[in-house]
Design a protein around this ligand. Structure first.
Ligand code: NAD
Length: 470
């Protein structure tokens, strides 16, 4: 049976949820449709030849500005794919109260085939195309990293933008996910994976729900299988293992699935991949090369963190997990989801679970507009206040607080502490908003529908407040 495309899958999920709301059709149509699609072709000289590169930027919704969304380098990038990702960004931002419309960019290249100089040329030329059409700027549209891009590409984008916007005081806010030394923010690189961890941890705290699927509450000791060991997958793995005590028993990459039922040492694997550029050959686990081996491994939590449509009608029957935590965008097709939900698998949807990246991007944008690092004004003030309090308690009780404990108690928040705390608050708050919709509205049966209903209500609220749909 032919499955709907990624874009159609997103639309199916939206329509399902829209039917559970009472908003008028015209308003729902406006919320659903992409507002602007910019398709471009530009030449880049690679070696002695010119290559014509196909690329996109889609702004899905202008109900809030700027629009926001990553740039993907992938040979599979297409207009439909970028439209799907841009739409997801709109709902994601609304859900986690990040005041942006959704957008996304795609450059149709296999980034692994180009050297660093060639990637720089492509990135800079793409940025120029965005500038020419007004598709980038701190108050218009703010890109970020996604599949195949990272802080290096964001630094090139900023530098190119600044070359043209010489008098713009807030120019550094034209892109997020930049290196910290280039007006980035501490904690952005790990943010998506850390947010995934907070979301999974919170779900596992729901005692009754976990009991219903045969799990004890708490993340500690739970087995985890992860597909994709790039930015999102590797941070999800390391933070879940180190801070949550989860046992990561398998990592699937393009070369195959690394499996160790006793748990894989994630820090060693990160170092191994960094030095070898691959995961195969890692001495701490067995490499399974059979197709879809990662799906068959029994586990508590399955984390697809690579690309869309990875769990589909063709392989859904292999899934052997109780929870699917969608770290990637669109990794489970709508039809596969129907089957999984019937089997009682709990799915934490992408639009919620991977929202940590855009949340910290929002913090970075705020930092750029304020031209000041978080914590600079209040860290020492808080430290002194806390110190006075500890001294008072010591004087009143006559007891001495150890030097180590004292340091812990008086600590003022650094940028990284504030970013992590803001991210945790955002992920927990959004989780309980979705859960409330799921529990309160009888017809809402799953987390994805609940997340879409929640986000759609907020966007509808914006349009109604603007008087666009009286
Ligand atoms: P990345 O390029 O850093 O890593 C992706 C990894 O997946 C790579 O290591 C790649 O080799 C691997 N991979 C590709 N195809 C695979 C396959 N068939 N099987 C196993 N592994 C495969 O990308 P990323 O930034 O980690 O993004 C991953 C997903 O998370 C994407 O869906 C992206 O849209 C989503 N996402 C990323 C961010 C972010 O901040 N980077 C934010 C939100 C969502």
């Amino acid at each position: 049976m032919k499955e709907p495309s990624f874009y159609e899958n997103v639309m199916i999920s939206f329509e399902r949820a829209a039917a559970l709301t009472k908003h008028p059709k015209g308003l729902l149509d406006q919320i659903r449709e992409c507002n602007c699609v910019y398709q471009m072709r530009f030449p880049v000289k690679i070696g002695k030849q010119y290559e014509v590169i196909e690329a996109y930027r889609v702004q899905h919704s202008h109900h809030r500005l700027p629009t926001k969304g990553g740039i993907r380098f992938s040979e599979h990038a297409s207009q439909e794919e970028v439209m799907a990702l841009a739409a997801l960004m709109t709902f994601k931002c609304a859900l986690v109260d990040v005041p942006f419309g959704g957008a996304k960019g795609g450059v149709k290249i296999n980034h692994k085939k180009y050297n660093v100089d060639q990637l720089e040329k492509i990135t800079r030329r793409y940025t120029v195309e965005l500038i020419r059409k007004g598709f980038i700027g701190p108050s218009l549209d703010v890109p970020a990293p996604d599949y195949g891009t990272g802080s290096r590409e964001m630094a090139w984008i900023l530098d190119t933008y600044r070359t043209f916007a010489t008098t713009e005081i807030d120019a550094v806010g034209c892109v997020t996910g930049k290196p910290v030394s280039q007006n980035g923010i501490r904690g952005r690189t790990e943010a998506t994976g850390r947010g995934v961890y907070y979301g999974i941890r919170e779900l596992l705290e729901q005692e009754a729900e976990m009991k219903a699927i045969g799990l004890t509450p708490g993340i500690e000791g739970k087995t985890m299988v992860i597909q994709g060991f790039g930015n999102v997958g590797s941070y999800t793995a390391s933070i879940s293992a180190e801070e949550g005590g989860a046992k990561v028993i398998a990592i699937a990459e393009v070369e195959g699935t690394l499996h160790n039922p006793d748990g894989i040492n994630i820090n060693k694997l990160v170092a191994y991949k960094k030095s070898k550029g691959k995961v195969s050959g890692f001495p701490g686990a067995k490499l399974l090369t059979e197709k879809d081996a990662w799906l068959k491994i029994p586990c508590d939590i399955l984390v697809p963190a690579a690309l869309e449509s990875q769990i589909n009608l063709g392989n859904v029957k292999l899934v052997n997990a109780k929870i699917i935590a969608e770290a990637a965008n669109g990794p489970v097709t709508a039809k596969a989801e129907e089957i999984l939900l019937k089997k009682g698998v709990v799915i934490l949807p992408d639009m919620y679970l991977n929202a940590g990246g855009v949340t910290v991007s929002y913090f970075e944008w705020l930092k750029n507009l304020s031209h000041m690092r978080f914590g600079r004004m209040d860290k020492r003030f808080n430290q002194n206040t806390n110190m006075n309090m500890v001294s008072l308690i010591e004087n009143m009780t006559g007891k001495h607080v150890s030097k180590r404990k004292k340091q812990e108690l008086i600590k003022g928040g650094d940028e990284i502490d504030l970013v992590r705390s803001g991210l945790e608050e955002t992920m927990l708050n959004a989780f309980h908003q979705i859960r409330e919709v799921k529990n309160r509205r009888k017809k809402v049966k799953d987390y994805r529908s609940a997340a879409f209903v929640c986000a759609t209500d907020k966007i509808a609220g914006d349009y109604l407040a603007m008087g666009v749909f009286p």
